[in-house]
Design a protein around this ligand. Structure first.
Ligand code: HEC
Length: 147
């Protein structure tokens, strides 16, 4: 049962990442990429809360999803792709260098988490906490929550 839950979660993450690559529209693509990080974060939180037992393979796929997004997300903000239908702040285009530096922090945190290869929940929490800080920092500066 436990194994099945873990497998289902990995599959969920894989499905999310797969969908993310299927669109030509930059707005749609970047939303799907962020949704895939949201899905991966959900799997991480499930392990931290104890809903799913810690599993190093899930930990690795969480980090791998985030790392892939960190390295591709910046490609989906061409000039003129600001939209009312998006939570991407105009600040991204006004301060592209600052946005890129948030992306670099995200890449570094995800890369460090992969390298750390956590084998227990405490190590996982520490590695995931670093990434979480980079999510928050970029959202504060470059995302407008609309609802
Ligand atoms: C470099 C900046 C940046 C980083 C780092 C970042 N985000 Fe985001 N995130 C954004 C922006 C910008 C949006 C709004 C995108 C849009 O609506 O076009 C967003 C939107 C989201 C959404 C909403 C997606 C939707 O369409 O409903 C989720 C969920 C999310 N981020 C999760 C995360 C998580 C989890 C992390 C860290 C693992 C993270 N983000 C890291 C910039 C970032």
């Amino acid at each position: 049962m436990t194994f099945l839950k873990g497998a289902a979660l990995s599959l969920l993450i894989a499905t999310f990442s797969g969908t993310a690559l299927a669109s030509d529209d930059p707005i749609d693509s970047r939303k799907k990429l962020m949704l895939s990080t949201g899905g991966a974060a959900g799997a991480a939180v499930a392990m931290i809360r104890g809903d799913v037992p810690f599993n190093p393979a899930i930990a690795n796929s969480v980090f791998a999803t985030m790392n892939a997004v960190a390295h591709t997300y910046g490609d989906y903000f061409p000039e003129g792709s600001m939209s009312d239908d998006s939570e991407a702040s105009p600040k991204i285009w006004e301060d592209m260098a600052g946005f890129q530096s948030e992306l670099t922090k995200f890449q570094e945190a995800a890369g460090a988490a992969i390298a750390a290869k956590p084998q227990d929940l405490d190590a996982f929490k520490a590695a995931f906490g670093q990434i979480g800080g980079s999510c928050k920092s970029c959202h504060e500066g470059y995302r407008i929550e609309k609802q």
